[in-house]
Design a protein around this ligand. Structure first.
Ligand code: ATP
Ligand code: MG
Length: 254
């Protein structure tokens, strides 16, 4: 069975898409079978994978307007369920479906055994799609910037996941908090690391691997490429490979 991971943060621009793309690619480089799901109407993951024309997408799939094998796009190294700008129209329809929170889980159940890892790129929201991702997932990863010492915003995500765990998916666990666009050399970066070491609530939840600020990461997605094709020797490539290894060590498939 696949390990399903929701990459989630209701705040925008924290690195969800960059992380889904490059962590997924790093896992595929390590020979795991990976499926990525673009669950955001901005469709940034779909474009970052170089896919410009989308016929079927995650919205149609959830409503059974499309079959799974007509929707999954198989690229060289991994597979993807794409999104579309029209996804919000589908969210409206999905909101009127009975058991709406379970649609993604229901869709993934029959294909789980085909993959080792399924990564879900959520939109910056904690709406129906985000809940669907948490109901289907084994773990959730929260990419965030180390821009404050208080982990502002995390409480809301934890509150929601606690409810999902209690009511709909007892197996969901936090996979970890991931610092993205991190600069360890700055005075601020050092202060964050120091303050974190004394934060008993979140200390053990933060990935040791931090994704450093790297312009190549920004450029690669804009050019529709993953970091390993665009700049294999970059810091970003190194950091996401280390993240994949840390993930495998902590939450990997046996
Ligand atoms: N480590 C990094 N160094 C430099 N730029 C980065 C890094 N990670 C992400 N970025 C850039 O930051 C911006 C936001 O990243 P990304 O799109 O991954 O965030 P997101 O959480 O998916 O955003 P949204 O909430 O809009 O979906 C993008 O322009 C991306 O290229
Ligand atoms: Mg995104």
């Amino acid at each position: 069975m696949a390990r399903i991971i929701s990459v989630i943060n209701n705040k925008g621009g924290t690195g969800k898409t960059t992380t889904t793309l490059n962590l997924g690619t790093a896992l595929s480089k390590l020979k795991y079978k990976v499926l990525l799901i673009d669950f955001d109407s901005q469709s940034n993951l779909t474009s970052a994978l170089g896919i410009s024309k989308v016929e079927n997408h995650v919205g149609k799939l959830l409503l059974k307007d499309a079959k799974i094998d007509e929707t999954v796009i198989n690229l060289n190294h991994l597979s993807v369920i794409p999104s579309t700008n029209y996804l919000l129209d589908y969210e409206y329809r999905i909101n009127n479906e009975p058991g709406r929170e379970f649609l993604l889980k229901e869709t993934l159940d029959p294909i789980q055994s085909k993959y080792d890892y399924i990564l879900i790129d959520c939109a910056p929201s904690l709406g129906t799609f985000a809940i669907n991702s948490l109901v289907a997932a084994n773990y959730y990863i929260v990419p965030m910037q180390a821009e404050n010492f208080a982990f502002i915003g995390l409480d809301k995500i934890i509150q929601i996941t606690d409810k999902v765990k209690k009511r709909m998916n007892p197996k969901i666990e936090m996979g970890g908090i991931l610092f993205v666009k991190f600069s360890a050399r700055t005075k601020f970066g050092k202060a964050v690391v120091k303050s974190l070491s004394t934060n008993d609530r979140f200390r053990h939840k933060v990935f040791d691997t931090r994704i450093r600020t790297d312009i190549s990461l920004m450029e690669s997605t804009a050019f529709g490429q993953n970091i390993y094709d665009y700049a294999p020797r970059s810091r970003g490539a190194e950091d996401y490979l280390n993240l994949a290894k840390e993930l495998l060590k902590k939450h990997g498939k046996n």
